[in-house]
Design a protein around this ligand. Structure first.
Ligand code: PSU
Ligand code: MN
Length: 303
């Protein structure tokens, strides 16, 4: 495995002393923001994890290796690289074999977190079943990864460009519990609410940790979703966002944007249409999720 995996100094140290770790994805670095704001935001998110007692492990594919934790120099180089491929599960082996850089999605990052025995991962919002799935069959590989990989995912629900109802149905089929942290509503990324409910509201972080312990001790492999709504002051209006997203989806369809391009295309479009407000919201919710993930990792580690 050493041929393929490389750990940062900070992560090696954390593993040696059994400190709590939080895994972070890198698609948001490459596809979510321009350089150098992307590197700045990633640094701030890592610092929030540290400030709450855990150690960040940003995951990316670089130099023919899976990086579990990036040094500051690597983060800077990664964030400034051109031609970084959006890497989901299917892309991993090709990118490592050809030594091409890859920005890991939720699915790929979780796979690597599990490999490194990191049990808590955080992101902005998960991928899921796309609208119009009846025609396109477009279901994110994130969803099957949740069924397979025993890493808890702290997120602000699912991306609002998706069909949230079908995404939740798929998660139920795959046996993935969806918990709301201090909410009984499944949040929709930029908004605190949606038309959907979570399976369970849990208000206490220690109880989430206990639930994870029970799940995995029983051999119920796979993930659990911990949905943490975007902080109130950054939340966007539900109806305004819904209209904007459905118009942008219509346009994407006319332009023929499909497959792995669709999610980055849509998020960029929403950024443009909201005059950067959705980007600000995205950064705010990622930071809030990083804090909750760090606290959860600390609690999970403690018992
Ligand atoms: N953040 C971005 N752009 C993205 C994503 C996040 O700014 O494309 C990613 C996440 O990493 C998520 C993925 O796992 O989109 C889902 O994409 P798909 O539906 O193609 O599986
Ligand atoms: Mn897809």
């Amino acid at each position: 495995m050493r041929r393929y995996v490389s750990y940062s100094e900070e992560v090696i140290e954390a593993m040696k002393y059994d400190k709590p770790l939080v895994a972070l994805e890198s698609t948001i670095i490459t596809y979510g923001m321009p350089f150098p704001e992307n590197v700045q935001a990633a640094r701030e998110v890592q610092q929030i994890v540290r400030d709450h007692g855990a150690v960040p492990a940003t995951i990316a594919i670089m130099d023919g290796k899976i990086k579990i934790g990036l040094s500051d120099e690597e983060l800077e180089r990664f964030g400034d690289s051109k031609g970084v491929v959006k890497a989901s599960r299917r892309d991993i082996s090709y990118l490592i074999a050809t030594k091409k850089p890859g920005a890991t999605t939720v699915a790929a990052s979780m796979f690597f977190a599990d490999l490194a025995r990191i049990r808590v991962f955080t992101t902005g919002a998960i991928g899921g079943v796309h609208r119009g799935v009846e025609e396109t069959m477009d279901i994110s590989a994130d969803l099957d990864e949740f069924a397979r990989t025993s890493v808890a995912v702290v997120c602000s629900g699912a991306k609002s460009i998706l069909d949230l109802g079908k995404t939740l149905e798929y998660l139920e089929t795959k046996g993935v519990p969806v918990m709301g942290y201090q909410t009984d509503i499944f949040p929709a990324f930029y908004t605190r609410s949606s038309a959907h409910h979570v399976d369970y509201q849990i208000d206490d972080i220690d109880m989430i940790a206990e639930m994870l312990r029970v799940k995995w001790n029983l051999g119920l492999e796979g993930s659990a979703i911990i949905a943490n709504p975007i902080p109130e002051q950054y939340a966007m209006d539900e109806q305004y966002m819904e209209k904007l997203v459905s118009d942008a989806l219509q346009e994407a369809k006319e332009l023929g944007v499909t497959g792995k391009e669709l999610t980055p295309h849509m998020l960029k479009k929403v950024q443009q249409l909201t005059g950067g407000k959705s980007l600000e919201a995205n950064i705010a919710l990622v930071k809030s999720n990083a804090e909750l993930a760090a606290k959860l990792a600390v609690s999970f580690n403690g018992n």
